[in-house]
Design a protein around this ligand. Structure first.
Ligand code: SAH
Length: 354
C-alpha cells in the first residue's frame, strides 16, 4: 500500500523533503495538521513542490456519499479505500461539543450478532493514515460549520484494540498534532484483554469504554462471542488495572435489547459488576438500534427509563445515550458501508446457475 498523506510521520516527511530547506518539514506538517489542508492548498509552498507533494502524498479516503440527518446535526460519510473496501465516519454536533466517530477496520471480526458491522465480517485493517484522515476531514467540516472538533471516539466500524499499533499512532497524532486532549479521546472495545493491558502502559490517559451488554458469562457468550476467550472475571480484572493505572473512570456500554438484558436481574448483575471496580464504572445505556441481521428489538423508551432508574437506585451512574442519525443509518451498530452495486448481469447469473 502506498503511504498516504497522514501515514507519514515527521521523519518520513523529512526524507521526502530531503532536497528542500529544512523548514519545509514544519511548514508541510503545519499545513496538514493545523490548516487541515491538502498539499495542493498549501499556498505558502512553491507551486512545483505543492504539485509534487500532491502526487507523493495522496489522500487515503475517496468520498463516495455524504448523508446529513433530518436535524442537520449528524453527518455520515462513506469513504472508499485503496483496494476496494468502504468505511463510514460520523460527525455529530451537540449543543456544547462536536464529536467524530471513526472506523478502525474495514468490517470487523468480532461477530457480535446485533451489530451491522459484525454481521458483515472482516475485510482489512486500516492504516494510521486512513484513521487520521477521517479525523482531519471531520475537523475541517466542523470548522466550515463554525464549530470546533473537540472529541474523537473510536466507536465506528471495527475493533480498535484488534488493530492496536495504527490506532495508537492515530491517538498520538490526534493528541500531539491535532491538539485534542486525551480526556476527549475515547477508545471503545468489545473487551480484548491484551489490548486493555497494553493501553494501561501508554502515557496518554485516554477514556476507555467497554462494550459489556451482559454481566453474566452465559448471556455475554451469546451476545459478544469474544467473551468465550476473555470471560467477565478476566475482563473486569483488566478494567480494574486500567483504572488503577490511569485514575480515570471507565464506562460500560450497554445496548438495551428487549427482554434480553433489560430486566431487573440484569440491572442487579450490572450494578454489582460496575461497583466491583476501584472506581465505579459509568454506564452508557443505548436502546439497541435496528440492523438487518438481528430480529430482536431495542427496549422501548419506558423500559430504558426504568432500567436507568434501577441502576441509579443501586448506586450506579447511568446516562441514556441519545440516538443520533438513525434515519441515515449512522447510529451505533448500524455502520455497514452499504454501497449501491449494480445488480449482476443476467448472463453471469445464469452462467453460475449452470
Ligand atoms: N468494536 C468496538 C467499537 C465499535 S461498536 C466495540 O465493540 O466497542 C460501538 C458501540 O456500538 C459498541 O458499544 C457496540 O456494542 C455498540 N453497538 C453495536 N451494535 C449496536 C446496535 N445495533 N445498537 C446499539 N449499539 C450497538
Amino acid at each position: 500500500m502506498v503511504p498516504t498523506r497522514y501515514d507519514v510521520d515527521r521523519d518520513a516527511l523529512a526524507t521526502l523533503l530531503a532536497d528542500e530547506p529544512r523548514y519545509r518539514v514544519d511548514q508541510v506538517w503545519d499545513g496538514l495538521y493545523r490548516q487541515l489542508g491538502s498539499p495542493a492548498e498549501l499556498t505558502a509552498l512553491p507551486r512545483p513542490l505543492r504539485d509534487r507533494l500532491d502526487d507523493d502524498l495522496p489522500a487515503a479516503l475517496s468520498p463516495v456519499t455524504e448523508s446529513i440527518d433530518r436535524s442537520g446535526d449528524t453527518v455520515k460519510w462513506l469513504f472508499g479505500l485503496d483496494g476496494g473496501p468502504h468505511i463510514e465516519t460520523v460527525l455529530m454536533h451537540y449543543r456544547d461539543r462536536t464529536t467524530v466517530c471513526v472506523s478502525t477496520q474495514a468490517g470487523c471480526a468480532m461477530a457480535c450478532g446485533f451489530c451491522a458491522t459484525g454481521q458483515g465480517g472482516f475485510e482489512r485493517q486500516l492504516s494510521v493514515g486512513e484513521i487520521v484522515e477521517q479525523i482531519v476531514r471531520a475537523a475541517r467540516r466542523a470548522r466550515d460549520d463554525d464549530r470546533r472538533l473537540g472529541n474523537v471516539v473510536f466507536m465506528g466500524m471495527g475493533e480498535p484494540l484488534a488493530n492496536y499499533d495504527p490506532v495508537w499512532a492515530a491517538v498520538e497524532r490526534a493528541h500531539d498534532d491535532l491538539g485534542l486532549s486525551a480526556r476527549h479521546i475515547t477508545l471503545s472495545t468489545v473487551g480484548l484483554v491484551p489490548g486493555i493491558r497494553r493501553l494501561a502502559n501508554e502515557d496518554l490517559p485516554v477514556n476507555l469504554a467497554v462494550s459489556l451488554h451482559a454481566a453474566n458469562d452465559a448471556l455475554r457468550d451469546a451476545l459478544v462471542p469474544i467473551n468465550r476467550r476473555y470471560p467477565l472475571t478476566v475482563l473486569v480484572g483488566a478494567c480494574a488495572d486500567y483504572l488503577r493505572a490511569k485514575g480515570r473512570r471507565l464506562s460500560f456500554e450497554w445496548a438495551l435489547i428487549d427482554g434480553t438484558n433489560d430486566r431487573r436481574i440484569d440491572a442487579h448483575e450490572l450494578a454489582d459488576l460496575a461497583r466491583s471496580l476501584p472506581l465505579p464504572a459509568h454506564v452508557n445505556l443505548i436502546p439497541l438500534n435496528p440492523t438487518p441481521g438481528y430480529p430482536t428489538r431495542g427496549t422501548p423508551v419506558a423500559g430504558v427509563r426504568q432500567f436507568r432508574r434501577w441502576l441509579l437506585d443501586l448506586g450506579v451512574n447511568a446516562t441514556v445515550r441519545r440516538n443520533r442519525g438513525t434515519d441515515i443509518d449512522a447510529a451505533c451498530g448500524q455502520l455497514a458501508a452499504r454501497v449501491e452495486v449494480a445488480p449482476p448481469r443476467v448472463d453471469s447469473v445464469s452462467a453460475r446457475a449452470r
